[in-house]
Design a protein around this ligand. Structure first.
Ligand code: 4AD
Ligand code: MG
Length: 444
C-alpha cells in the first residue's frame, strides 16, 4: 500500500489506474448504494468504495456480509482522485480477495480511536496484539522506530561503530543491586543492567561506539517512568576533552532526531500530537550545575529542598518547565551531580571531588540521559574503588581495560521509551513500549 500511495503522490499513478493493494479491513460502513471498506496498510488507512450495483459476478453485493473487520485482503480497484482525502485518492474496488482473518469475534473496536484512548491501561496492554493495530497506538511505535533509526544514522555519520554487548553477565557495572538473576547451568548469572563495561572496553577497539538494545532493571517500584526492560541507546567515545563534548554531541543528536521526525514521520506526528503539530526547535538548551539547580528550585519555588544529593521527579519537572519558558528549549542539562550518587566509574571534578564530571539531560522535565566522563587511568580507578570500600579484586574483569590502557573517554545512555513518552506526551511509559515489562507484567 505504501508504494502505491507514494507513486500516486509522485504522479506515477493517476486517476483511473488499476492497482492492487494489501491490507486489513479496518472499518466498513454501509452508505446505501455503496459501502466504504477502509483498508489498513502498514502505515496508513486507505478509503475504498464498494459499489453494490457494480459488484462483480460471483461476488455478493453486500460486502459486509462476506467480509469482516480484520480480514486480511488483497484488493483490486481503480484509483479515484479525491482532494478531500488525506491521501489524495480513494480506491473504487472491483475485487476483494480474502487471504486471512479472525477466528473469533474481536474483543475490542480497534478502529475507534476514542474508545481505544479511553481503555484502561491494563486492557490496552493485555490486548496489545490487537490494540497495537490501532493507527494512533501504532504511530507511537513508529516514532520509537524513528528514534532508533535516527540514533544509528546520526552516529554512523559521526564516525561511531555499532556493536552488540552480551546481556548475560556475571555481575553489574552500575552497582549491582536491582539485577535479575538467571539460572545459568550450574552457576548464577544476571541480565545486564547496562552495557557500560562493554562500551568502555569497545572504546579501546573502535574509539567511538554505540549500541541499541535491551537493558534490564529490577525496578520494584511501580512508577509511570520505570520499566524492568527498556531499550538503551548507549554510546561511548574516546579522546574527549571534557564531558562538555558529550553535551554538544547530544544536543546535535536531538536536533537531528527532531528534524528527522518532523520530516519523515509526519503521518505519525499528526496522529499522536495532532494534525500539523511538529516537534519544536531544540534551540540552545540551558546548562546548570546540580548545586545551582537545587538552589534555584529552593529560591524560586519557595519549597524546601528535600534530598540534597538527588533531584526528585517534582524538581526535575519544575526545572524543565522553568527553562522551557526561559530558553524555549525542551532540553535542560543538569551537570556536576554529587559523587555519592554516581557509579564508581564516574570521574570526580578535580576542583571539587564531591561533584562529578557528569550530567543528566532532562527532556520536558524528565531524565532521559545520564552521561559523563569516566576514569580511564588504572590507578585512579582502583583508588576510587577503595575509597568506596569496593574490593578491586572483585572487579578484575572490569579493570582489564584499564590495565591494558584507555584514552580519556566518556559517554551517555538514553532510555528510548522515556524519549517517546515525553515527545508524544504520554502519561505512562508503558504506552511507549510495544510489549512493556514491569513488576507485574510478563505478558503478552
Ligand atoms: O541513568 P542510567 O541508569 O545510566 C546508565 O545506565 C549509565 N550506564 C549511562 C551512562 O552512559 N553513563 O540509565 C540511562 C537512561 C536513563 O537516563 C533513563 O532514560 C533510562 O536509561 N532508564 C530507564 N528507562 C525506563 N525504565 C527504567 N527503569 C530506566 N532506568 C533508566
Ligand atoms: Mg540516571
Amino acid at each position: 500500500m505504501e508504494r502505491i500511495i507514494r507513486q500516486f503522490q509522485e504522479g506515477i499513478l493517476k486517476d483511473g489506474d488499476m492497482v492492487s493493494v494489501k491490507g486489513a479491513i479496518h472499518r466498513m460502513k454501509d452508505m446505501g448504494d455503496f459501502a466504504f471498506v477502509n483498508l489498513r496498510g502498514p502505515r496508513r488507512v486507505l478509503q475504498c468504495v464498494w459499489e453494490k450495483a457494480g459488484a462483480p459476478a460471483g461476488e455478493s453485493a453486500d460486502v459486509q456480509k462476506d467480509f469482516g473487520l480484520e480480514d486480511w485482503v488483497v484488493a483490486t480497484g481503480k484509483i479515484a482522485r479525491d482532494d478531500r482525502s488525506p491521501l489524495g485518492f480513494e480506491l473504487h474496488l472491483t475485487e476483494l480477495r480474502k487471504v486471512g482473518g479472525p477466528s473469533e469475534k474481536l474483543p475490542l473496536e480497534i478502529n475507534n480511536d476514542r474508545k481505544v484512548k479511553n481503555l484502561k491501561l491494563e486492557t490496552l496492554l493485555d490486548e496489545r496484539v490487537l490494540t497495537l493495530r490501532n493507527p494512533r497506538v501504532r504511530a507511537v511505535m513508529r516514532v520509537a522506530e524513528g528514534i532508533m533509526y535516527g540514533f544509528r544514522q546520526f552516529l554512523r555519520e559521526e564516525g561511531f561503530v555499532e556493536f552488540v554487548p552480551p546481556r548475560l553477565v556475571k555481575g553489574g557495572a552500575e552497582g549491582g543491586a536491582d539485577m535479575f538473576m538467571v539460572k545459568y547451568f550450574d552457576q548464577k548469572a544476571y541480565l545486564n543492567q547496562s552495557p557500560q563495561q562493554y562500551k568502555q572496553a569497545m572504546v579501546g577497539v573502535f574509539e567511538k561506539v554505540f549500541t541499541v538494545g535491551p537493558v534490564f532493571r529490577g525496578e520494584n517500584s511501580n512508577t509511570p517512568r520505570h520499566l524492568t526492560e527498556f531499550q538503551g541507546l548507549d554510546l561511548e567515545m574516546g579522546y574527549i576533552d571534557g564531558f562538555e563534548d558529550l553535551m554538544d554531541l547530544e544536543t546535535r543528536m536531538f536536533r537531528f532526531l527532531f528534524e528527522l521526525l518532523n520530516e519523515e514521520y509526519q503521518p505519525e506526528l499528526d496522529l499522536t500530537l495532532g494534525k500539523g503539530e511538529r516537534l519544536p526547535d531544540i534551540g540552545e538548551p540551558a546548562k546548570i550545575s546540580f548545586a545551582d539547580a537545587k538552589e534555584l528550585y529552593g529560591k524560586m519555588s519557595g519549597k524546601k529542598v528535600q534530598d540534597p544529593v538527588d533531584l526528585s521527579p517534582e524538581e526535575e519537572r519544575w526545572l524543565g518547565q522553568y527553562f522551557l519558558e526561559k530558553t524555549g528549549s525542551p532540553l535542560v542539562f543538569v551537570t556536576h551531580y554529587p559523587s555519592v550518587k554516581r557509579p564508581f566509574y564516574t570521574m570526580d571534578a578535580p576542583e571539587n571531588p564531591r561533584y562529578t564530571l557528569s550530567y543528566d539531560l532532562l527532556l520536558y522535565g524528565l531524565e532521559v540521559t545520564t552521561g559523563g566522563q569516566r576514569i580511564h587511568d588504572y590507578e585512579a580507578q582502583v583508588a576510587k574503588m577503595k575509597k568506596r570500600h569496593m574490593n578491586p579484586e572483585d572487579f578484575q574483569e572490569y579493570l582489564a581495560m584499564h590495565r591494558y590502557g584507555l584514552p580519556p573517554h566518556g559517554g551517555f545512555g538514553l532510555g528510548l521509551e522515556r524519549i517517546v513518552q515525553k515527545l508524544l506526551r504520554l502519561e505512562n511509559i508503558r504506552e511507549a513500549s510495544a510489549f512493556p515489562r514491569d513488576r507485574n507484567r510478563l505478558t503478552p
